[in-house]
Design a protein around this ligand. Structure first.
Ligand SMILES: [Zn+2]
Ligand SMILES: [Zn+2]
Length: 372
């Protein structure tokens, strides 16, 4: 109840101050003293990793897959980051937590926010071990709770319920700097989007980090109507096997005049907010090019991300059965690996759910380390 009251007061304040701001037009009212905030949508191939810096305070949201830990570490160090005040791991899929052990080991970490959805696999085990090694405990933040990030405020929107799949159980949050709002929902899908809307009311944002890499299982029409972003950022890899982003999501953005920025086209993208305006360091994409799913559709196996299935048929409890892809391919040297192999390719990498025989027949050779 207490937080509900607080939420109502806050919503009133926000309704007065925000909602008008867009990427290009400065808004009139200021809800609180803004700082300079940067959002770095780091190119981690297929996966998410976003660094937020505001007044010297830092938050990392997700850490890509296990091939990306060191690359993210290097990127953070290049930005002068020594400490992460917050590490948010939205949900335990490998393309969000795989690189986290490196980050946890190499940086001084303040608070760790994680989903209450846990997994029983090597990737998750490594994460838990890294946390133990650094004597860090994680918490699943409560919906409605707020945290300071320099002058910016972070409001928790999800997980807004208990879910049978990791994507819906994503930690979701709104970061507000002055009049500018950035929304991050991890891989939350329609059910979770609905719950968020119900619990948190005002979801309007200027920049929307497109849920689930622009998959059509996220960004439902009702949710989009509530967010009404002027800009959307899509984190995905060029030619990813899941078919991210989906044409339907791109259409929603296009029809509504949303500027789209994509890491598969531009690499790392930086958005800077001064509390009134948001500027991107790259031009908006004009390709409107949808991804094309490969591999997973024919064999019926599910990719690591749970819901890459373009039919979106696993909405509900089914996605909890989400498995790692059968193999990780290096398309250049034509080797295939187990997903948990410790020498997975960082480039020329594709996930495949095809059978061993099928890969052999295509000229792929098994990795000598993991012996798939
Ligand atoms: Zn994902
Ligand atoms: Zn996921």
């Amino acid at each position: 109840m207490k937080y509900l009251k607080k939420l109502c007061v806050m919503l009133l304040v926000l309704m007065l101050g925000a909602g008008l701001a867009s990427c290009a037009d400065p808004a009139a009212a200021v809800s609180h003293e803004p700082g300079r905030m940067e959002a770095h949508f780091i190119d981690v191939g297929q996966g998410d990793s976003t660094l937020i810096i505001c007044d010297g305070k830092t938050m990392l949201i997700d850490a890509g897959d296990d091939s990306q830990g060191t690359a993210i570490q290097n990127y953070l160090q290049k930005q002068g980051v020594k400490r992460l005040d917050y590490l948010v791991l939205t949900h335990p899929d490998s393309d969000h937590i795989g690189g986290a052990p490196v980050i946890i080991t190499k940086f001084d970490i303040g608070q760790v926010f994680m989903s209450d959805y846990t997994k029983d696999n090597k990737t998750y085990e490594k994460l838990v071990k890294a946390l133990e090694y650094k004597r860090l405990a994680y918490q699943t933040p409560e919906v409605g709770s707020e945290y300071a990030l320099g002058a910016a405020r972070v409001r928790i929107l999800g997980p807004a319920g208990k879910y049978g799949n990791p994507n819906d159980a994503s930690v979701a949050l709104m970061i507000q700097n002055g009049d500018n709002r950035f929304l991050f929902t991890g891989d939350a899908q329609e059910d979770a989007e609905e719950d968020m809307a119900e619990l948190s009311g005002d979801l309007s944002a200027d920049v929307y980090h497109a849920g689930h890499h622009g998959s059509k299982t996220s960004t439902s029409e009702a949710f989009f109507e509530r967010v009404r972003p002027s800009c959307a950022v899509i984190s995905c890899a060029e030619g990813n096997s899941y078919g991210h982003p989906h044409a339907q999501t791109l259409n929603t953005f296009r029809m509504n005049g949303v500027k789209v920025y994509r890491t598969d086209e531009e690499g790392t993208i930086i958005a800077v907010s001064d509390g009134k305006e948001i500027r991107f360091d790259v031009p908006a994409s004009e390709t409107w090019k949808a991804g094309e799913p490969t591999g997973s559709a024919s064999s019926g196996k599910k990719p690591a991300d749970g819901t890459g299935d373009p039919t979106g048929a696993e909405k509900g409890g089914m996605a909890s059965a989400a498995e790692e892809p059968a193999y990780i391919l290096n398309t250049k040297n034509k080797k295939f690996h187990r997903p948990e192999c410790d020498s997975l390719p960082a480039v020329n990498r594709t996930e495949s759910s095809e059978s061993r025989e099928s890969l052999l027949s295509q000229g792929y050779a098994p990795c000598k380390r993991c012996n798939p």
